[in-house]
Design a protein around this ligand. Structure first.
Ligand code: F6R
Length: 247
């Protein structure tokens, strides 16, 4: 389903509420919760709301395990551009998660070790029982994670080339397109579709065209987000501007 909400904050509250309920329900049953997490500007409100619930409402992340979607390659963990740093600054440093339960694809290992590390990332997700709830944003190319146009429905965690449009979108953050890495390590489309429940979020008029393509367009590998149409438990959370082109 597609849920159109007023704005970024309304989406953040709604999604954080679902994550909160899932964690508490599983805690009550003595089970861990496995979350798939995204970076970028879209999930910031969700993380802010989860931090508030931790601080004010006793939400604990003691038995929460996380797997992030992606990381640039190459990328040092302590770089201001790294998704490792983003996650610690925007979420993990402010909650009671056990650092050993945090997983983020490596951007700082030698190229010859990447494919084995990707296989290990997939294996660790399986050992943890699979992802219970996957949070996603969507890029202008229709990427989820960094599954750019051409990514197949059976793709798994791997090293990929970033699309030129994606690199242009990141240029301001990197003070110039020439500084944006050309590659990334990302979960695959199949990795994402294995999640039991998925929330994909989009806000702003600059996302309206790709939201329409993702929700109403034909399912094919030119737009990775269209594969979500086949997933049995995916909700699209959009604000009014991002929903503007939906028929
Ligand atoms: C981030 C990720 C990307 C972003 C997408 C949207 O981990 O995997 O797919 O979700 O590029 O980015 P924002 O939210 O910055 O518009």
């Amino acid at each position: 389903p597609t849920l159109v909400l007023a704005d970024h904050d309304a989406i953040a509250r709604e999604v954080a509420n679902r994550i909160d309920a899932l964690i508490r329900e599983r805690q009550a049953a003595g089970q861990r919760t496995v979350l798939g997490l995204a970076t970028g500007s879209t999930p910031i409100g969700v993380y802010r709301e989860l931090i508030r619930r931790h601080r004010d409402e006793g939400l604990s992340f003691r038995d929460v395990v996380t797997f992030n979607l992606d990381e640039y390659y190459p990328m040092a963990k302590d770089s201001i551009h790294s998704y490792h740093r983003y996650m610690w600054e925007n979420l993990f440093a402010h909650i009671d998660i056990d650092p050993k339960n945090v997983h983020i694809p490596p951007g700082d290992i030698p190229r010859e070790e990447v494919s084995e590390a990707c296989a290990e990332y997939e294996a660790e997700i399986r050992r943890m029982g699979g992802i219970d709830f996957q949070l996603l944003g969507i890029g202008k190319t229709g990427h989820i994670g960094f599954n750019e146009p051409g990514s197949g429905a059976d793709s798994r965690t791997r090293l990929v080339h970033l699309d030129n449009i994606t690199r242009k979108d990141a240029a301001a953050d990197f003070f110039g397109e020439e500084n944006v890495p050309r590659e990334a390590v990302t979960m695959g489309v199949a990795t994402i579709l294995d999640a039991k429940e998925i929330a994909i979020l989009a806000t702003g008029e600059h996302k309206a065209a790709i939201v329409r393509r993702a929700v109403e367009g034909e399912i094919d590998h030119a737009v990775a987000a269209t594969f979500l149409q086949r997933h049995p438990a995916t909700t699209f959370f959009v604000d009014e501007p991002a929903a503007a082109d939906l028929t």
